[in-house]
Ligand binder design. Structure first.
Ligand code: WT7
Length: 648
């Protein structure tokens, strides 16, 4: 590897930040040597109705995986994110909303947020929602998404947000799994000037999962005409007119479920990652404060969608728990122009900007001018999340967007971790482009080899976490066994992340990407098995194998090998048909980039598909196929190579 560049902490940042290098080291040491004392203290950053006496109670032992934090404390998340701030910052803006159309925006103060959340909470109650019930949200990026999330937590209900880009099939699967009697949606979404048929999708999902949904609450976003099923569908405004304004926050135990969020794994259907109340909020708010060095008055913008965990922790819960001003953006980076991000930064004087590498790479392709024609003088800190950021994109983000003045926090974490685990702190960490650098307080990363041996010093292997942290997921909803199997069976007594990782001589961590059958497409996580089952559900497909391959903008692209039913002929039309089929089955984010029609797939004599070979061919690296001696029919490979779709 070429000599890596180092970007030292600037004098301004060292002076401004909560945490400098010495403080990081001291706090980190304390956090891992005496976690009980450390978290016992930092748990107090949120307000408890009844204080906890017990801090950590966790076991990673495969025969008894159990994770509890602050287990005898009681609190309420909406109370902490809203009510608690009224005395000191009732008139401060909590949410800046920027619409898809630049002419549309809104500023919602904490006092207004409080009123909205109470109204929403009473609307939920009017639909029979009680503590412990699950509610599905399928919404665009509008303030109502935050109101509805907070209203759920106010009444003790568990929300399950489904990203608006998912298909009716995917939505139905999630409604079914979480058994949600209530669904909250909008008539239509608006993205890049185009309408997203949210209510139509909900109707289709209800048809596919009959008998589960009793009530659909519809927010009017575009005002477009939609079908309303009598007795089941209600406009929010009509329900709101009939319920009281005030609603007290329910007293919740620290370990009561807060939300479920479905995420893809290497096998089977997406699993419902379950997060609970107290530990999650402590962790989300603490990481938001220190990683983004959040101070009163800062304008903070995370460009994620609330349908992903980044939106949960770093648009809504972390920032609002800290009394921050958080920007919520409905649109896309390229509409109405490719300068949109930077126009929004200038319009709202954004100080902290947090986005995904894929966005940076695609904007990079349009050159510097669309960035340079904006000021960006308000920017102070940049963040990256969702996938490894390649050093070229890092340098461009730093030099062009940040005018070489803003540190970049490259934050590594997962839906499962609830919050950021490995990250620079802007006043403490000298940066290396492409490295997520060092663990956050209380996080014990380890690198292990295939046999689970812990590797010391500079090393490369698989990334595990040796002990629990408060934001960790507690279980897979309805399937604790799957939780244990997925995360705690590979390496004894450790949480297995599914990521490969290198640690350099300075102790910096470099995430190298997934080591399982999960791929990361534009920062969106996708299970290859899910795409395969969508493909084989098509009448003309007999077999399919899906792998990731390096893609300049998306990070990874989706490469599908498809074997057709006897008698079916490959054609361009069929290729297109299969792409739209997968979009319909899962959603646009799962669209295969390349499809190769393959008369046969490389299998072992016992019939197992040799994915290693398929990955190499998809990467156009077939010179290094490795050991092929266990192949049942070696001739298959030659055909695959000759007809490969990704010729460099
Ligand atoms: C996977 C988790 C974290 C919230 C959004 C994605 C990859 C995430 C980084 C980063 C390298 C990263 C990992 C991880 N990932 N952040 N900064 N550097 N890789 O959450 O959908 O649960 O995906 O995203 O592979 O395992 P997710």
């Amino acid at each position: 590897m070429s000599a890596e560049k180092l970007y030292p902490v600037s004098a301004e940042w060292a002076a401004r930040a909560y945490i400098d290098d010495a403080k990081y080291k001291a706090m980190y040491e304390a956090s891992v040597k005496a976690p009980e004392a450390f978290w016992g203290e930092h748990g107090k950053r949120i307000e408890w109705f009844k204080p906890y006496s017990r801090v950590q109670n966790s076991s990673f032992s495969p025969d008894n995986v159990s994770i509890k934090w602050f287990e005898d404390g009681t609190t309420n998340v909406a109370y902490n994110c809203v009510d608690r701030h009224l005395a000191t910052r009732g008139d401060q803006v909590a949410i800046i909303w920027e619409g898809d159309d630049p002419k549309e925006d809104a500023r919602i103060t904490y006092r207004e947020l409080h009123r909205h959340v109470m109204k929403w909470a009473n609307v939920l109650k009017s639909q029979g929602v009680k503590k412990g019930d699950r509610v599905t949200l399928y919404l665009p990026m509008i303030p109502e998404a935050a109101y509805a999330m907070l209203a759920c937590t106010r009444v003790g209900a568990v929300h399950s947000i489904v990203f608006g880009g998912f298909s009716p099939d995917s939505l139905a699967g999630r409604i079914e799994d979480a058994a949600t009697g209530v669904v909250i949606t909008a008539d239509e979404g608006l993205r890049g000037g185009r309408k997203v048929p949210l209510k139509i999708n909900v109707d289709a999902a209800c048809d596919k999962a009959p008998g589960i949904v009793k009530s659909v609450i519809v927010v009017k976003r575009t005002g477009g005409a939609v079908a309303m099923t009598e007795g089941r569908d209600h406009y929010f405004d009509d329900l709101a007119a009939k319920v009281p304004d005030e609603c007290l926050a329910e007293e919740m135990n620290a370990e009561d479920p807060l939300f479920i969020l479905y995420t893809s794994g290497s096998t089977g259907k997406p699993k419902g990652v379950l997060h609970t109340t107290g530990g999650y909020l402590v962790y989300a708010s603490m990481t938001h404060q220190y990683v983004f060095d959040y101070k009163d008055g800062d304008i903070y913008w995370c460009t994620a969608d609330v349908g992903w965990v980044t939106g949960h922790s770093y648009i809504v819960y972390g920032p609002l728990a800290n009394g921050a001003t958080t920007l919520m953006f409905e649109g896309i980076p390229t509409y109405p122009s490719i300068s949109r991000f930077w126009d929004v930064v200038d319009k709202h004087k954004v100080n902290t900007f947090y986005t995904a590498p894929t966005a940076i790479r695609s904007l990079m392709g349009a050159g510097e001018e669309p960035v340079k024609r904006t000021s960006r003088a308000s920017l102070r800190l940049l963040g990256s999340v969702g996938e490894p950021i390649n050093p070229e994109a890092w340098e461009w983000y730093h030099r062009v967007v940040g005018e070489s003045r803003c540190p970049i926090v490259d934050t590594w974490w997962q839906t499962e971790t609830g919050g950021i685990l490995i990250t620079p702190l802007p006043g403490a960490t000298n940066l290396k482009p492409g490295s997520a650098t060092r663990p956050f307080f209380g996080v014990k990363p380890e690198i292990v080899d295939a046999d689970g041996k812990v590797l010391d010093g500079a090393a490369e292997g698989n990334l595990v976490i040796a002990d629990s942290w408060p934001g960790q997921m507690r279980t897979v909803f309805g399937d604790h066994e799957r939780f244990v199997q997925t995360y705690f069976s590979t390496y004894k007594n450790k949480y297995f992340t599914g990521d490969g990782c290198r640690r350099d001589a300075d102790g910096y961590y470099w995430i190298t990407g997934r080591v399982d059958d999960v791929i990361n497409v534009s920062g969106h996580r996708m299970g290859t098995a899910e795409v395969e089952s969508a493909l084989v559900a098509h009448a003309k497909v007999s077999e399919a194998a899906v792998v990731g391959y390096p893609h300049d903008i998306k990070g990874q692209g989706i490469y599908a090998y498809v074997t057709l039913m006897t008698g079916e002929q490959p054609s361009e039309d069929l290729r297109k048909e299969l792409v739209s089929w997968v979009r319909k089955e899962i959603g646009p984010i799962a669209s295969p980039d390349l499809i190769q029609f393959a008369p046969g797939l490389p299998k072992t004599r016992s019939g197992k598909i040799m994915r290693r070979i398929l990955r190499k061919i998809a990467e156009d690296e077939f010179g290094a196929l490795g050991d092929t001696s266990t192949l049942a029919d070696p001739a298959v490979v030659d055909d695959l190579i000759n007809n490969r779709q990704n010729r460099k």
